[in-house]
Design a protein around this ligand. Sequence first.
Ligand SMILES: *Cc1c(COP(=O)(O)O)cnc(C)c1O
Ligand code: SF4
Length: 347
Amino acid sequence: MVVSASLFINDPLELAEILGISATPLETVHKIYPFRVSRYYLDLARQHGAPLLKQIVPDLLEVQENETPIDPLAEEVLSPTPCLIHKYPDRAVLLVSRECATYCRFCTRKRKVGTEKMHMEENHFLEALSYLRATPAIRDVLISGGDPLLLSDERLDYILKSVRAISSVKTIRLGTRIPCTLPMRVTEHLVAVLSKHHPLYVNLHFNHPAEITPEAEAACSLLANAGIPLGCQTVLLKGVNDSVEVLRQLFYRLLAARVKPYYLFQADLTRGTAHFRTTIDTGMNIMRQLQGNMSGMALPTYALDTPGGGGKIPLYPSYLQELGSQCLFHTYRGQTGKYPNTTWPVE
Ligand SMILES: *Cc1c(COP(=O)(O)O)cnc(C)c1O
Ligand code: SF4
């Protein structure tokens, strides 16, 4: 499939006209943070209202908050070469695309995604490959961007083949929001290309049950039928999905589409996204209500990517207290009990 320009709206004036809203604030924001939406996602958002519209319509609040850092996860500091982020011992993120099918207003890489600030020259890709070759401790490469699936099938094939050729790299993960924002991009030809490079995992990004349309399900089916394990990284967003019922439905529908909910992220402290942030208490309360009441397969790990590049940490409500040689536990139903914190026979 050729990703043609007619699939998208890039002009905030056109958006203002379609939605019947004032263009001025949209243009003010657009000067700093790029705007784009696929016609497919905009149609869906118009049917479902606020929870989807909030994710795509530029908001003046984006340019009014200047206290938080532009790069809270210190990704630039952790980049040994411009297109590679190496934060953990055994895995690294390889940025291969500057663009996305839709620019999410809450994006953590808002500082550069979709702009000239995101450098994607061929020599950067080659430098990243050299670094991976020279760093055999990296066994898991996450291909990200921007959205890698906006690249041509041929380019993806070349990228995957180049990474696969590094013998220390055992698994490849690809992160994409395309099955949510432009599901028709997932074609038979694309999945045939992807499946040449197994073991390949694909992590998707859905935030609301209304995003799981028949088209999105068809895209997930094509990927899953090609033997690609699918995960989902959801961001907890105020006014979008910060409720037990919305997330319960989202996780059940993902599971039915053969997508394992992998992470539920607490919002990052990225400049221009503060209005999307919930408290950690909100997330903990939601997880507490889902735990035990939903299939464990449907439950993601609620996680915080710690500011400063410290890495992700799970945010678990506590079910256990240590009392000397006993552990006191609380079940999901609120009952309590004890479990010995000892072994047998006593040494
Ligand atoms: C999230 C992330 C990873 C992958 O983390 P997992 O917990 O293994 O999914 C790797 N590198 C960077 C820089 C990341 O932000
Ligand atoms: S698809 Fe991902 S990288 Fe692209 S704008 Fe959305 S969150 Fe950012």
